[in-house]
Design a protein around this ligand. Sequence first.
Ligand SMILES: Nc1ncnc2c1ncn2[C@@H]1O[C@H](COP(=O)(O)OP(=O)(O)OP(=O)(O)O)[C@@H](O)[C@H]1O
Ligand SMILES: [Mg+2]
Length: 231
Amino acid sequence: MLTVSKLNAAYDGSQILRNVSITVPERQVVTLMGRNGVGKTTTLKCIVGLVKPVSGDIGLAGSSLNGFRTDERARSGIGYVPQGRDIFPNLTVWENLQISLVVHGRKPNGQVDRVLELFPVLKEMLKRKGGVLSGGQQQQLAIARAMLTDPKILILDEPTEGIQPNIIDQIGDTLLKIRKEGKVSILLVEQYLDFCLGVADSFYVMDRGAIVAEGPIANLNEGIVRKYLTV
Ligand SMILES: Nc1ncnc2c1ncn2[C@@H]1O[C@H](COP(=O)(O)OP(=O)(O)OP(=O)(O)O)[C@@H](O)[C@H]1O
Ligand SMILES: [Mg+2]
């Protein structure tokens, strides 16, 4: 579904990503792991078009996204949940969801109801301002908003960061539900190992801007974890 090949990226001339290649097959959950500052978010920003790579190719469902703007990538089927969530704090939950539909020129058509089935907690909070929700609820709102664009691939940047365990479980269950429905592939950037083990089919590990390990999630062994993931 998503292919990233030989991506190189730099900020102000200092190289951050080195030949990063990642494949997310259809209907699968792939996790990209690594310690703080290794380049995970930069990789996602290249995929969604917020950072322009020095070189490399990004493809979605067989078509190249090279040269596409961020909004064109979103319309092509990339749903992005950024690190830190970025919901609109002064809009209500309902308005936060509607804005996604308006921006994508879509009619509600029951889509809001369908997405709210994934996040029942949001149903009770439609009139509340986004900014007063808990971190976990905001995260769920951000995922719901991305799902409303009917993406081919959902890209999440550290959805468990700063969130309490019972909400982390709910988010994990939701990702598994999305996976089971089989319509959306998922690329998950995460540092929380147990969460990845619970939801992912395969993994990539990044260190200093390069992919240093990859494979089926069952191959994520103690040696890799100690060398590249624990602090
Ligand atoms: N806009 C920017 N300008 C300059 N340097 C940046 C910029 N954004 C990130 N960096 C640097 O690029 C490197 C990779 O950052 P990135 O945010 O991709 O890491 P990350 O793996 O997502 O880390 P974290 O787990 O802390 O979110 C870091 O050294 C960071 O300081
Ligand atoms: Mg990051």
